[in-house]
Design a protein around this ligand. Structure first.
Ligand code: HPA
Length: 276
């Protein structure tokens, strides 16, 4: 397998031949948000498939690509079709886009996802700003040789999700009368959904939502000094909380239904990161 450092460097070379603007913000688009790229002007699209040796998502409907461009005059890069751990990729591979964006000099990253609601005060179609996480994936993306140019061997994780961004997002949404929850996101590896017993345990641990992504990306982003904002869309109540069986189809249906709301929140988040 090609060394990660070589892959990062060759990818940067590939991208810099095609992209002229310098993104300030990176955005990882979760389930249902792929069309957000339609809001971007002066687009340059770089499919993962055209980047030599780049891992490519196997999930149906997750076409992997970087989309560079501008939103309201803010230079940014979107990642469409993120890679998941449950697809069999290594943690190093799924966090590769974060390292690429860091090398391109972004300052903050917005990570979005679909999640199951554990907090019983949540309901389907709610959104949640991630204030902290529980890494229950069984792995850590920083295992292995430390890439010193990104960050230290034993990074502090007390403030992965940037307080000032969380507060600004909350305040801006309040002014716009957009409701948002806040809470702790717990990552399981998937691809099987959790059992009701697991969800009861996670609730006791303080988790508010559960999903199969985001945590590795947030750890790697924070390791390299990026500001991080995480936003979950609650597409279903977690196993055992509602009597309904969980299905990926339901997750996609709800993501599609609430897409305009998610896009509105994301636009506010981009404006905040653009100013901070
Ligand atoms: N569990 C794990 N991942 C998810 C869920 C869930 O209930 N909903 C959306 N992604």
């Amino acid at each position: 397998m090609i060394e990660i450092e070589n892959l990062i460097n060759s990818t940067i070379l590939h991208i810099s031949k095609k992209v002229k603007n310098k993104p300030k913000i990176g955005v990882i688009l979760g389930s249902g948000l792929g069309d957000f790229a339609d809001n971007i002007l002066e687009k340059t699209i770089i499919p993962f498939a055209e980047i030599p040796n780049f891992p490519i998502s196997t999930v149906v409907g997750h076409k992997g690509e970087f989309v560079f461009g501008k939103y309201e005059n803010i230079d940014l890069v979107l990642v469409k079709g993120r890679l998941h751990y449950y697809e069999g990729y290594t943690m190093e591979q799924i966090t590769l886009p974060i390292r690429i964006m860091k090398k391109l000099d972004i300052e903050s990253i917005i990570i979005t996802n679909a999640a199951g609601g554990i907090n019983e005060n949540f309901k389907v179609s709610d959104f949640m700003i991630i204030t902290d996480h529980i890494n229950f994936s069984g792995n850590n993306p920083l295992i292995g040789k430390n890439l010193d140019e990104f960050g230290s061997r034993f990074p502090d994780c007390s403030n992965i999700y940037t307080d000032s961004l969380i507060k600004s997002l909350e305040n801006s949404l309040l002014l716009k009368n957009i409701q948002i929850q806040k809470g702790i996101y717990l990552m399981c590896s998937g691809p099987s959904y959790e059992t009701p017993a697991e969800i009861r345990m996670f609730r006791k641990w303080g988790a508010d939502a559960v999903g199969m992504s985001t945590v590795p990306e947030a750890i790697v982003a924070s390791h390299s000094g990026l500001k991080v904002l995480g936003i979950s869309c609650i597409t279903n109540m977690a196993a055992g909380i509602s009597s309904q069986k969980l299905s990926h189809t339901e997750v996609l249906e709800i993501s599609e239904k609430v897409k305009p709301n998610f896009e509105n929140i994301l636009k506010v988040a981009i404006n905040i990161c653009g100013k901070n």
